[in-house]
Design a protein around this ligand. Sequence first.
Ligand SMILES: Nc1ncnc2c1ncn2[C@@H]1O[C@H](COP(=O)(O)OP(=O)(O)O)[C@@H](O)[C@H]1O
Ligand SMILES: CC(C)(COP(=O)(O)O)[C@@H](O)C(=O)NCCC(=O)O
Length: 408
Amino acid sequence: MDLGEFQIPGNSDPNQKTSHLSLDIGGSLIKLVYFSTNDGDDDDELGGSGKESVGVSNSNRSFPVLKGRLHFSKFETRKINDCLDFIQTKRLHIGGCQRLGALPIEKTIIKATGGGAYKYADLFKEKLGICLDKEDEMDCLVAGANFLLKAVHQEAFTYLDGKKEFVQIDHNDLYPYLLVNIGSGVSMIKVEGDGKFERVSGTNVGGGTFWGLGRLLTKCQSFDELLELSHQGNNRVIDMLVGDIYGGTDYSKVGLSSTTIASSFGKAISDKKELQDYRPEDIARSLLRMISNNIGQIAYLNALRFGLKRIFFGGFFIRGHAYTMDTIAVAVDFWSKGEAKAMFLRHEGFLGALGAFMSYEKHGLDDSMIHHLTQKFPMSSLVGDKICSPLNGELNDNESIECSVYAS
Ligand SMILES: Nc1ncnc2c1ncn2[C@@H]1O[C@H](COP(=O)(O)OP(=O)(O)O)[C@@H](O)[C@H]1O
Ligand SMILES: CC(C)(COP(=O)(O)O)[C@@H](O)C(=O)NCCC(=O)O
């Protein structure tokens, strides 16, 4: 592939070229993934010698290696104009899928998934002159999850008792697993291989419910504020525990300890407090716990239904938030009696957008198909074909990762 094909006229950094912008336009958030490379960055660290070089050979074909960054960004769907401005200012749409020489309008096709790819198709055409090439949301979620689990080192982790532990994924023993994507609503997908999956369940009590109900109950202005409130709250003020019903003791005959929540929000009807006496912090905490626990339980029941031991949770509801992950993990552990494991993904909210990004290859819209992604591990060498994350913490907003793309 000639990098010149992605030259961006008028880009603020004339050396920077972006390509393969992909979108996941969900009920709450728009997620963007795109690749950028700088002139002179095209490298041979994987064995080639510049952009024209042969970097890697695959099935008797050779591909040049492009060094660059994979960028991740998100916007609230209700503020879609901010997203359009971002794309326009950075001229990301020009580097979608087109060649120099062609009229931009003729060939500018951007891969997009999520319901918004349908809902906002006309808006994108009108404001940016681009065509959204729609990819199925479930296909993209699964493609994104499979890719991350196979190619990214330190992508999946467990979270128990406040401790995060990265899970080593054995490529030969990845399937089957249950993918639970907690977005506005929740989809549960049994994954048996690349492109081999079935959406087996879902629930309408998801991230949108937490944010919507939380806003109504606490009057907070943003999702982050709601999460922060929950951090400071105590759910026991609102939730009715087994001990509240059983006079402080366990109901041990059926395995319920006194501290188990018997009824979420149940205490709000049983004492003599005025409504205004309930603190937003405690309400936010109870709500987060109720929804996380419910999703964990439904996920486990579906894992049980299909005999799946591993459950991967994605979606931006999680936001790497300790209490959310802890609650989900405890629910899975509790209901499965330790048999099933909840695992979380560092790129939790970007599964769909990554899947759309990878579908450029699938459809071969031009000859810039991406065949492989590897990220260099700072201060270290490549580990096989893995992306080695420099971060152990959560993925920050607008973070990008250094990576190399094998292109044909
Ligand atoms: N900044 C944010 N604004 C709104 N919701 C957020 C934000 N960050 C996380 N969320 C949570 O993430 C959910 C959306 O997750 P996401 O995976 O992007 O789903 P969708 O594709 O439905 O937009 C929201 O419903 C909310 O619970
Ligand atoms: C309709 C959806 C697939 C849309 O995806 P989202 O924007 O929520 O990520 C999702 O909201 C969902 O699976 N809702 C649950 C519907 C149900 O099974 O009851």
